[in-house]
Design a protein around this ligand. Structure first.
Ligand SMILES: Nc1nc2c(ncn2[C@@H]2O[C@H](COP(=O)(O)OP(=O)(O)OP(=O)(O)O)[C@@H](O)[C@H]2O)c(=O)[nH]1
Ligand SMILES: [Mg+2]
Length: 281
């Protein structure tokens, strides 16, 4: 051990470069490594039908249309109760760390199994980390299809992921390559929108319009008045809005405000944060 440690570098270089980071996440065996290999164009990750094949998050640097991108293949995340201590636990920690490090997470779902509670769970991790999401429904080649199959899948997934109705969906086959060519353009579009900045004039026009449509009244008869708002940061997009009393804004009203902003600035795939501040004048 001492001999080994003496030749190791002092510390791991944790500084991040400025490439766009795209993490491929999901349950075990959904085809994450298969997609990575497709995107990279070589057999970078081991693919097998044994769940738990990928043990550690692996970065691969590629250039896509002049943009430097780090693709991160991750270990599948099983239900918490099923995770063994030891290597698997380490793997999951590294997968979660990949979510923290990324800009956009590709959440892969197995089309044959359909969306499960664990998929929703992993989506929650991505949202809680304020990262963008693209839902990739993989193994589409194995699904027997009629004219309504894709719509049925879409409805089901949208219902399960109703806490992130802003995510785009893509149906692919990492095996046959079907629609894999759309993965990078869509991911980079999501990243670009993630960094969008709504100028203060436009935002206040949106807020004005929101008030015209819908000025809710609270139980006490006082209603919320929005005075002024501004986007205080990007990544994640964060809006600060001054109002008479934040307590008057219910969850549904916050949803409404969010939708009004997204009508003009979709922020496709990206959670946005709205902070209400009181101002008494
Ligand atoms: N039919 C079909 N099989 C696929 C597709 N994508 C992956 N597979 C198969 O699914 C199995 C798992 O693929 P992997 O790419 O290793 O899956 P993974 O998500 O990386 O798995 P872990 O690393 O264990 O989490 C392999 O047998 C693949 O050949 C697909 O689009 N269609
Ligand atoms: Mg893998």
């Amino acid at each position: 051990m001492d001999a080994l440690i003496s030749v190791l570098p002092q510390e791991e270089d944790e500084r991040e470069d400025d490439s766009v980071k795209i993490a491929i996440v999901g349950k075990p065996n959904v085809g994450k490594s298969s997609l990575l290999n497709r995107l990279v164009g070589e057999e970078r990750s081991i693919v097998s039908d044994i769940p738990g094949t990928t043990r550690d998050a692996v970065d691969t640097l590629i250039t896509y249309e002049g943009i430097t991108v780090t693709l991160i293949d991750t270990a599948g995340i099983r239900r918490r109760g099923k995770i063994d201590p030891g290597v698997e636990k380490f793997s999951v920690v590294r997968s979660l760390r990949a979510i923290e490090r990324c800009d956009v997470a590709l959440l892969m779902i197995d089309a044959v199994e359909g969306i499960s509670a664990q998929d929703t769970h992993i989506a929650g991790y991505v949202k809680d980390a304020w990262k963008s999401t693209v839902v990739i429904v993989n193994k589409w080649d194995l699904v027997e299809k009629d004219n309504f199959t894709m719509q049925r899948f879409t409805d089901r997934i949208r219902a399960e992921l109703n806490f992130m109705d802003y995510v785009p969906l893509l149906f692919i086959s990492a095996k046959s390559g079907q629609r894999v060519e759309q993965v990078m353009p869509l991911s980079l579009q999501v990243q670009e929108e993630r960094l969008a900045h709504v100028n203060t004039g436009s935002l206040n026009r949106i807020l004005q319009k929101a008030q015209d449509i819908h000025a809710p009244t609270s139980k006490t008869g006082t209603s919320i008045r929005l005075y002024y708002g501004t986007q205080v940061r990007t990544d994640p997009p964060t809006f600060m809005i001054y109002c008479n009393n934040p307590k008057l804004a219910h969850f549904t009203y916050m949803r409404f405000l969010e939708n009004q902003i997204r009508k003009e600035y979709p922020f496709t795939g990206t959670p946005i944060r709205i902070v209400l501040k009181p101002r008494h004048d």
